[in-house]
Ligand binder design. Structure first.
Ligand SMILES: NC(=O)c1ccc[n+]([C@@H]2O[C@H](COP(=O)([O-])OP(=O)(O)OC[C@H]3O[C@@H](n4cnc5c(N)ncnc54)[C@H](O)[C@@H]3O)[C@@H](O)[C@H]2O)c1
Length: 257
């Protein structure tokens, strides 16, 4: 497929996991990709792989909690490749403090939407996909918290912050889709179930962890990054030209129950 021939994308969190798979998928479909991550070396590594395969790519060290840095990353994208058609607001953390989680997982997406929508609208349009989570639609079930931890009073902080941030991402997705619809900017979210990436390693590596997580998905297994990337690549493409403001579960049936 060459749905992205002549297009340019900025992908945050592109050093690892889902973001890396998004960068690879977009590049395979002809897109020039700016790989952005707070892990600058990891971003370089992803970009190097894309270049090796003959794609157009570059890397940038970017902290998504820095609004000005996001604005500059968008400008760099345009300077380098001459267009700015797709933004994947994907960078995120799990298991952090309330403050870090809200800063990165929610404010980081907000800054991307704020600058991304404006610049795309000025240039005639574009498409943004935010990586939310099934935790943007429902509460998470007993993965990170033991009853003992709950009794100590701190146990729900990580999941609470993550779920609040991801619900916020779904809200931002709807609001920016409504606000920018007539300016030809589409905004959607994907809501992955549990995916095999470094983020979920601590949960998978607990005794019985993988089996427990698998049991939450009616399909009976965890997802792969490429399965999230293909859904994101669909939503950002012209194949989804009449889709905006949705939060699409890509979750092996997790939210179907
Ligand atoms: N893995 C899952 O099961 C799962 C499920 C639902 C949603 N998600 C979401 O998918 C996204 C990607 O997660 P992943 O599983 O690929 O995790 P990952 O840890 O493999 O990758 C996350 C990337 O984000 C980068 N990052 C972290 N903070 C950053 C910051 N301040 N600025 C820029 N980059 C930063 C990290 O360096 C890393 O490369 C996240 O938003 C996550 O919440 C993941």
């Amino acid at each position: 497929m060459d749905r992205y021939e002549g297009s340019t994308a900025l992908v945050t969190g592109a050093a690892s996991g889902i973001g890396r798979a998004m960068a690879e998928r977009l590049a395979e479909e002809g897109c020039a990709v700016v790989c952005a991550d707070i892990d600058g070396e990891g971003a370089e590594d992803t970009a190097a792989q894309l270049l090796e395969k003959g794609s157009r790519a570059s890397a940038i060290k970017l902290d998504v909690t820095d609004s000005t840095a996001i604005k500059e990353a968008i400008e760099k994208t345009i300077d380098e490749f001459g267009s700015f058609d797709v933004l994947m607001n994907n960078a995120g953390i799990a298991g952090g403090s309330w403050e870090d989680t809200i800063d990165i997982n929610l404010s980081g997406v907000y800054y991307g939407l704020q600058h991304g929508c404006r610049v795309m609208a000025q240039r005639g349009g574009g498409s943004i996909v935010n990586t939310a989570s099934v935790a943007g639609l429902n509460g998470l079930v007993g993965t990170t918290v033991t009853p003992e931890e709950l009794l100590q009073g701190e146990g729900a902080v990580g999941t609470g912050a993550y779920t609040a941030a991801k619900h916020g991402v779904v809200g931002l997705t709807r609001q920016f889709a409504v606000t920018y619809g007539k300016l030809n900017v589409r905004v959607n979210a994907i809501c992955p179930g549990y995916i095999v990436t470094p983020m979920t390693a601590p949960f998978r590596e607990r005794e019985g962890g993988t089996e427990f997580l698998e049991s939450l998905h009616p399909i009976g297994r965890l997802g792969e990054s490429e399965e999230i990337a293909s859904a994101a690549a669909f939503l950002a493409s012209s194949d989804a030209s009449f889709i905006t403001g949705i939060a699409l579960p890509v979750d092996g049936g997790y939210t179907a129950r």
